[in-house]
Ligand binder design. Structure first.
Ligand SMILES: [Zn+2]
Length: 95
Protein backbone atom coordinates (compact mmCIF):
# COMPACT_ATOMS: atom_id res chain seq x y z
CA UNK A 1 0.00 0.00 0.00
CA UNK A 2 1.88 3.06 -1.18
CA UNK A 3 -0.57 5.69 0.03
CA UNK A 4 0.13 6.68 3.62
CA UNK A 5 -3.30 8.19 4.00
CA UNK A 6 -4.93 4.84 3.22
CA UNK A 7 -2.73 3.11 5.77
CA UNK A 8 -3.45 5.64 8.52
CA UNK A 9 -7.18 5.74 7.80
CA UNK A 10 -7.23 1.93 8.03
CA UNK A 11 -5.45 2.07 11.38
CA UNK A 12 -7.84 4.64 12.78
CA UNK A 13 -10.81 2.64 11.49
CA UNK A 14 -9.52 -0.39 13.43
CA UNK A 15 -9.26 1.76 16.57
CA UNK A 16 -12.80 3.05 16.14
CA UNK A 17 -14.11 -0.48 15.54
CA UNK A 18 -12.43 -1.67 18.73
CA UNK A 19 -14.43 0.97 20.63
CA UNK A 20 -17.70 0.09 18.87
CA UNK A 21 -18.38 -3.63 19.39
CA UNK A 22 -21.79 -3.37 17.73
CA UNK A 23 -20.46 -2.11 14.41
CA UNK A 24 -20.53 -4.48 11.42
CA UNK A 25 -17.16 -6.15 10.77
CA UNK A 26 -17.80 -7.44 7.26
CA UNK A 27 -15.48 -6.70 4.37
CA UNK A 28 -18.19 -4.87 2.41
CA UNK A 29 -18.77 -2.33 5.18
CA UNK A 30 -15.03 -1.91 5.75
CA UNK A 31 -14.47 -1.22 2.05
CA UNK A 32 -17.40 1.20 1.91
CA UNK A 33 -16.38 3.12 5.03
CA UNK A 34 -12.74 3.39 4.00
CA UNK A 35 -13.53 4.49 0.45
CA UNK A 36 -16.03 7.13 1.65
CA UNK A 37 -13.58 8.44 4.23
CA UNK A 38 -10.70 8.49 1.76
CA UNK A 39 -12.77 10.33 -0.82
CA UNK A 40 -13.46 13.03 1.76
CA UNK A 41 -9.96 13.21 3.16
CA UNK A 42 -7.98 12.86 -0.04
CA UNK A 43 -8.39 16.39 -1.52
CA UNK A 44 -6.30 17.69 1.38
CA UNK A 45 -3.46 15.34 0.50
CA UNK A 46 -3.59 15.49 -3.27
CA UNK A 47 -0.28 17.35 -3.54
CA UNK A 48 1.12 14.37 -5.39
CA UNK A 49 4.74 13.52 -6.01
CA UNK A 50 7.37 12.64 -3.39
CA UNK A 51 7.13 16.06 -1.73
CA UNK A 52 3.38 15.84 -1.25
CA UNK A 53 3.73 12.33 0.14
CA UNK A 54 6.40 13.49 2.61
CA UNK A 55 4.26 16.36 3.85
CA UNK A 56 1.24 14.09 4.20
CA UNK A 57 3.39 11.55 6.04
CA UNK A 58 4.50 14.15 8.54
CA UNK A 59 1.01 15.55 9.01
CA UNK A 60 -0.51 12.11 9.40
CA UNK A 61 1.55 11.57 12.53
CA UNK A 62 0.03 14.63 14.22
CA UNK A 63 -2.75 14.04 16.74
CA UNK A 64 -4.87 16.84 15.28
CA UNK A 65 -4.76 15.23 11.83
CA UNK A 66 -5.67 11.83 13.23
CA UNK A 67 -8.53 13.36 15.20
CA UNK A 68 -9.81 15.05 12.04
CA UNK A 69 -9.61 11.75 10.15
CA UNK A 70 -11.48 10.02 12.98
CA UNK A 71 -14.32 12.55 12.53
CA UNK A 72 -14.42 11.84 8.79
CA UNK A 73 -14.40 8.10 9.49
CA UNK A 74 -17.18 8.29 12.08
CA UNK A 75 -19.31 10.19 9.59
CA UNK A 76 -18.61 7.54 6.91
CA UNK A 77 -19.40 4.76 9.43
CA UNK A 78 -22.74 6.37 10.24
CA UNK A 79 -23.64 6.66 6.57
CA UNK A 80 -22.64 3.06 5.79
CA UNK A 81 -24.53 1.75 8.83
CA UNK A 82 -27.57 3.73 7.70
CA UNK A 83 -27.64 2.05 4.29
CA UNK A 84 -25.35 -0.99 4.37
CA UNK A 85 -24.64 -2.85 1.15
CA UNK A 86 -23.88 -6.17 2.86
CA UNK A 87 -26.36 -9.03 2.94
CA UNK A 88 -29.18 -7.91 5.26
CA UNK A 89 -30.02 -9.25 8.72
CA UNK A 90 -27.21 -11.78 9.03
CA UNK A 91 -26.71 -10.83 12.66
CA UNK A 92 -30.41 -11.09 13.46
CA UNK A 93 -30.56 -14.67 12.25
CA UNK A 94 -27.53 -15.77 14.21
CA UNK A 95 -28.88 -14.50 17.51
ZN1 LIG B 1 -21.45 -5.18 6.90
Amino acid sequence: MKNMLEKVVGEIYDELLARDPGYCRCEQCRTDVLSKALNQARPKYSGGGPKGEAIAGFELQQDATRAALAVVLLDAMRRVAGSPRHAPSKEEKSQ
